[in-house]
Design a protein around this ligand. Structure first.
Ligand code: BDR
Ligand code: CA
Length: 306
């Protein structure tokens, strides 16, 4: 079997950087395109970061810049978690600017999806603005998408609001459009992200994993998604882990919607595990992850990034 074709939609982002590394060096995935969206930091910065990552990894994947702001809300970034540049802590090479397409992310995704012989998998690890725009402008792509495996949302509590997760709460309208799009969705949310930890005993091992491991170690010193002592949360790697190793996860098939109007809960994912809303399932929701196996998988996957 050939490699599984994917598009990564991202806002690098320290945890994005690791998820992208694992996908790019995987023998099972073929990253056809990387699209960027405002989220962790501004569009200019995340696009620059994607191009710096590709220069560092020595990989030539086209990059297309997408939405500079959410559909309706103002962007409130996460530079408090990832640093002012979005990838603070490591001296990356100059961005590989020649990889930046003139096309915007929506047109580039449309072209790559329609040109592909095999259905494409989308892996959004950022606010869902680009994906919502893609479905609004080119609904015909839906039939050619195998599934969307995204990091976002929560079946319990939030990290942006009491109940809301950053990627969904940053652009709730876009997230609602995507969840109700009819395209098969796998949601790797906070419930698993909080458990997908790089633990203190792992951090020293990173230094023995080549240049990418050393880069991770440097970025982690600045990352505020956890600490070296309590464990570092590898949210976005959960999406690529699901693609490469789905047996790490316990999954529930259920209906998921996004709250828009709640005065205190806007941007939360309603994971209707008990069927109150009487709707057909539209997503597979990762409810749990085998923490020990994830740690082993993560270090092994990073070790292959060379
Ligand atoms: C998500 O928010 C971002 O800060 C991370 O990169 C991840 O995609 C976690 O809530
Ligand atoms: Ca991200």
């Amino acid at each position: 079997m050939g490699k599984r074709p994917i598009i990564i939609d991202t806002d690098p982002g320290i945890d994005d950087a690791l998820a992208i590394a694992i996908a790019l060096f995987s023998e099972e995935l073929e990253v056809k395109l990387i699209t960027t969206v405002a989220g962790n930091v501004s569009l200019d910065k995340v696009t620059n970061n994607a191009l710096r990552l590709l220069a560092f990894f020595g990989k030539d994947v086209p990059v297309a810049a997408g939405a500079a702001q959410p559909l309706i809300c103002e962007l409130v970034d996460a530079s408090n978690v990832h640093g002012a540049s979005g990838m603070e802590g490591f001296d990356f090479p100059e961005p590989k600017k020649e990889l930046l397409l003139k096309e915007n992310a929506v047109n580039a995704m449309y072209r790559v999806i329609m040109e592909s012989e095999e259905p494409i998998t989308l892996m959004p690890i950022a606010p869902l603005t680009n994906i919502a725009l893609l479905f609004a402008v080119y609904p015909q792509v839906k039939e050619k998408i195998r599934e969307i495996v995204l990091m976002g949302g929560s079946a319990s509590r939030g990290n942006k609001g009491v109940m809301s997760e950053f990627n969904i709460a940053t652009d709730p309208e876009a997230a609602k459009m995507v969840f109700l799009s009819g395209v098969p969705i796998v949601m790797a949310g906070l419930d698993v992200g909080w458990k997908a930890l790089v633990m203190p005993e792992d951090t020293e091992k990173l230094l023995g994993l080549g240049e990418v491991g050393k880069m991770a170690h440097c970025l982690f010193k600045k990352y505020r998604g956890g600490t070296f002592k309590t464990g570092l949360k590898m949210y976005d790697s959960c999406a690529v882990a699901y693609l490469l190793c789905p047996e790490l996860f316990t999954v529930e098939e259920t209906y998921v919607d996004v709250e828009l109007a709640g005065t205190m809960t806007a941007g939360c994912t309603l994971v209707d595990l008990k069927g109150y809303l009487k709707k057909e399932p539209n997503a597979k929701v990762c409810m749990d992850i085998d923490q020990e196996k994830f740690r082993t998988w993560f270090l092994e996957a990073l070790g292959k990034c060379r």
